[in-house]
Design a protein around this ligand. Structure first.
Ligand SMILES: NC(=O)c1ccc[n+]([C@@H]2O[C@H](COP(=O)([O-])OP(=O)(O)OC[C@H]3O[C@@H](n4cnc5c(N)ncnc54)[C@H](OP(=O)(O)O)[C@@H]3O)[C@@H](O)[C@H]2O)c1
Length: 305
């Protein structure tokens, strides 16, 4: 898995094609997608265009997608990855993840293609429904469907997202095919060192992929939302010292924790900036400062549900 991938959540369909093409030109080969994001068709168009023009080969790319919470029933997993493959117009993806460890109750319109959902979109994120939102499908059952995707050659590997230590070990105990990664929120406000260590210990051999690595800067200043470290004046000072930007300092720091990162951007200059993070090493004092930013505060929660 290439260490830096392009995030695509909230990348509007009208902008994501260009972003993916700019990313390929900037050297990205890892693309983090999900059925929920509603833009897999456009991501696929851009990837295939770059393959067809000869800039990259399919085997150079590492394409990731995720099974949404409404489809945790074992028999729905293969149809959902097939829908994703149809969106991308590809024969296989490289990694398929269970997006969250809990499923939502299935609503009658779940099989309608996402972009046609219009008013019903809310059912995919059932805010305000409390306990009623959740299905009682065990993610271990869902995992069997994920294994079937590998057996059918629809994905090269499978993994988890938003799983905690206990949930990871339950999957490891019951699985036939091991999860290769766990994608969770990681940024200096929530450095996840404990979970990173846990995933490495006892031959678990699970890579952490850090989402929201920049702390979702679009929500900066929102009450109750943790201040993204890229706006910390001390981080700006550190960045100056290396002739880098705060985002580059943060991404370099996160990579030094031994994880992969998937910053999202639809801005060409930032897309280039976010992968240009390998030509400097932070001094121990700067690393200590970034370590001290850990407040264990999440910017993604499911509290609204
Ligand atoms: N598994 C999960 O449950 C889960 C949850 C959340 C996210 N994810 C994945 O992780 C990816 C990244 O997370 P995220 O998109 O929530 O947050 P993020 O990557 O931390 O932040 C994205 C925001 O930062 C801005 N940005 C990008 N580069 C920047 C730079 N160099 N300087 C300043 N601002 C910059 C982007 O703006 P512009 O685009 O306007 O440039 C965008 O507003 C997602 O896109 C998605 O693929 C997964």
């Amino acid at each position: 898995m290439p260490t830096v991938g392009l995030g695509t959540y909230k990348s509007p369909p009208g902008q994501v094609e260009q972003a993916v093409k700019d990313a390929i030109d900037a050297g990205y080969r890892h693309f983090d997608c999900a059925w929920l994001y509603g833009n897999e068709v456009e991501v696929g168009n851009a990837l295939r265009e770059k393959i067809n023009e000869g800039t990259v080969k399919r085997e150079d790319l590492f394409i990731v997608s995720k099974l949404w919470n409404n489809f945790h029933a074992k028999e729905k997993v293969v149809p959902m990855i097939k829908e994703t493959l149809n969106n991308f117009q590809m024969d296989y993806i490289d990694l398929y993840l269970i997006h969250w460890p809990f499923g939502f109750k299935v609503k009658k319109y779940c099989y309608i293609i996402y972009r046609e959902l219009a008013d019903e979109t809310a059912s995919l994120v059932p805010v305000g429904e409390g306990e009623d939102a959740f299905s009682d499908t065990d993610y271990v059952e869902t995992w069997k469907g994920m294994e079937e995707c590998v057996n059918l050659g629809l994905t090269k590997s499978i993994g988890l997202s938003n799983f905690n230590a206990e949930q990871i070990d339950r999957v490891l105990k019951k699985c036939k095919i091991k999860p290769v990664c766990n994608q969770v929120e990681v940024n200096p406000n929530l450095n996840q060192k404990k979970l990173i260590d846990f995933c490495r210990q006892r031959q678990r051999d699970i890579v952490i992929v850090g989402y929201c690595p920049l702390g979702r800067s679009e929500y900066a200043g929102t009450p109750g939302f943790p201040d993204p470290t890229i706006y910390d004046p001390k981080v700006a000072e550190i960045a100056k010292k290396y002739n880098k930007t705060p985002a580059q300092v943060v991404l370099n720091y996160l990579i030094s924790l031994g994880i992969s990162v998937i910053p999202k951007s639809v801005t060409k200059s930032r897309i280039i900036e976010n992968i240009d993070v390998f030509d400097f090493k932070l001094d121990p004092g700067d690393v200590s400062y970034l370590d001290s930013c850990n407040k264990k505060s999440k910017s993604i929660t499911i509290s609204g549900i």
